[in-house]
Every structure is written in structure tokens, then in C-alpha cells.
Design a protein around this ligand. Structure first.
Ligand code: 5GP
Length: 217
């Protein structure tokens, strides 16, 4: 398991949080990469999506998703409470706007684990967002992983496989590609992207840093 020390408060001179998006076809291993990376990084929050999909075994309401009815979902969309939303494999998924806006305003970074239609909407709404695409090394690994999860019906698996071609075709939308071949390496790459984006001069208040730490020079 990857357990490098966290880089707490390395960039104190930043007032705006960064929105990170990770997408990958079903079976790409998003959860396996994101979970340990988040555990090692207390400065990265997670955007809990709303969905009309029924909970899988082990899913926790409010942690993995907000599990809502179609009526509740539609009411949230109508009230303008969704930052983005999409229909995927027979169910609706959406990102509640408020927690993301609050994180950005308070300087906290936040991760959205969403599919490509949502990623496209985020790119349009928040051009500064960082979009990361996660792919297994090849089609065979992808199908194997999807099936080995053992939590989906055959019909659900086939619906997810049917989305592969359009998901792969969306690659030009993304800023970074992480290949999930070796899990530890994929986690490290994902964390490197986050660190690099946090180091961008354009995101930092360098003048405040100099005023505070280089006074008199
Ligand atoms: P699952 O049902 O396997 O949890 O998720 C199915 C797909 O929906 C995944 O690709 C996941 O990343 C995506 N997804 C989860 N939450 C959201 C969301 O809020 N918006 C969008 N557009 N996609 C989401």
C-alpha cells in the first residue's frame, strides 16, 4: 500500500480550491486508486454524488452516494442544485453544486469521480478544473475487472461495456492520463498530478508569500 507522507500545508498561499475530476470506464479501478490517495491526503475532499441507482452491497448513503428517488433527483436539477448531471447505464447521477462551490471558495481541493458527460459539463462550467482520465492497460483487463467485481448483474455489465467506445473517444477532453497497470504506480501518478497542479504559479498568491517570508529583500 502506498503510504508516502502527506504534504500538508505546503502551499499556504492559495485562497481558491482546485476541482479535480477523475473519470474512467467501469472496471478501470477508480475506487482502488482514489481511496488510498484520499486517505493519504487530508487536503483533498470528495464530492458525494446523488444517484438514482440502487445501493450496491457495502455502499453507504452520504459517504459513497446520496441515494435518491427519480423525483428527488429531478427536483434537485429543477432547483438548479446540480453542478452537472448525466444519465448513465440506466440511472441518473449528479454532483450537488453547494459542496463544490464551498470547497473552492474556502480554498479546499475537491475530487469529483464522474463519467464523461459530467466531465464535459464541468469543463464548461469551471475551466480551471483538472480532468484526469484513468484507463487500464487494455480492453481485456477492463472487462475482466468489471466482471470480477461481482456486484453487477449481467445486464448491468453489458450496459457498462456498451459505454466503453464513447468513453474512450472522449480522451481529448482530459488534461492527464493515468494508466492503471500497477496499482501503486497508478496511485502515485494520480497524486503527482495533484501535487503538480497545487504547485502551479498561476494558482498561488506568490506575492503574499514573498511579502511574508522575504520581507526586506
Ligand atoms: P457506479 O454506478 O459504478 O457507481 O457509477 C457509474 C458511473 O457514474 C461511473 O463512471 C461514475 O464515475 C459515474 N458517476 C458517479 N457520480 C457521478 C456524478 O455525480 N455525475 C456524473 N456525471 N457521473 C457520475
Amino acid at each position: 500500500m502506498y503510504n508516502q507522507p502527506t504534504m500538508e500545508a505546503q502551499h499556504p498561499h492559495r485562497s481558491t480550491g482546485i476541482v479535480f475530476v477523475i473519470s474512467g470506464p467501469s472496471g478501470s479501478g477508480k475506487g482502488s486508486v482514489v481511496r488510498p490517495a484520499m486517505e493519504a491526503d487530508s487536503r483533498l475532499g470528495y464530492s458525494v454524488s446523488a444517484t438514482t441507482r440502487p445501493p450496491r452491497e457495502g455502499d453507504v448513503h452520504g459517504r459513497d452516494y446520496w441515494f435518491v428517488s427519480t423525483e428527488e433527483f429531478e427536483a434537485m436539477v429543477a432547483a438548479g442544485e446540480m453542478l452537472e448531471h448525466a444519465y448513465y447505464a440506466g440511472h441518473r447521477y449528479g454532483t450537488p453544486k453547494k459542496p463544490v462551490e464551498a470547497a473552492v471558495a474556502e480554498g479546499r481541493d475537491i475530487l469529483l469521480e464522474i463519467e464523461i458527460q459530467g466531465a464535459r459539463q464541468i469543463r464548461a462550467a469551471l475551466p480551471e478544473a483538472v480532468l484526469i482520465l484513468l484507463l487500464p492497460p487494455g480492453a481485456r483487463e477492463l472487462s475482466q475487472r468489471l466482471r470480477s467485481r461481482g456486484t453487477d448483474s449481467e445486464a448491468a455489465i453489458m450496459e457498462r461495456e456498451a459505454a466503453y467506445a464513447s468513453e474512450l473517444a472522449a480522451w481529448p477532453l482530459y488534461d492527464y492520463l493515468v494508466i492503471n497497470d500497477d496499482l501503486d504506480r497508478a496511485i502515485e501518478q494520480f497524486r503527482s498530478v495533484i501535487d503538480a497542479e497545487r504547485s502551479r504559479v498561476s494558482r498561488l498568491d506568490i506575492q503574499a508569500f514573498l511579502d511574508q517570508n522575504y520581507r526586506g529583500v
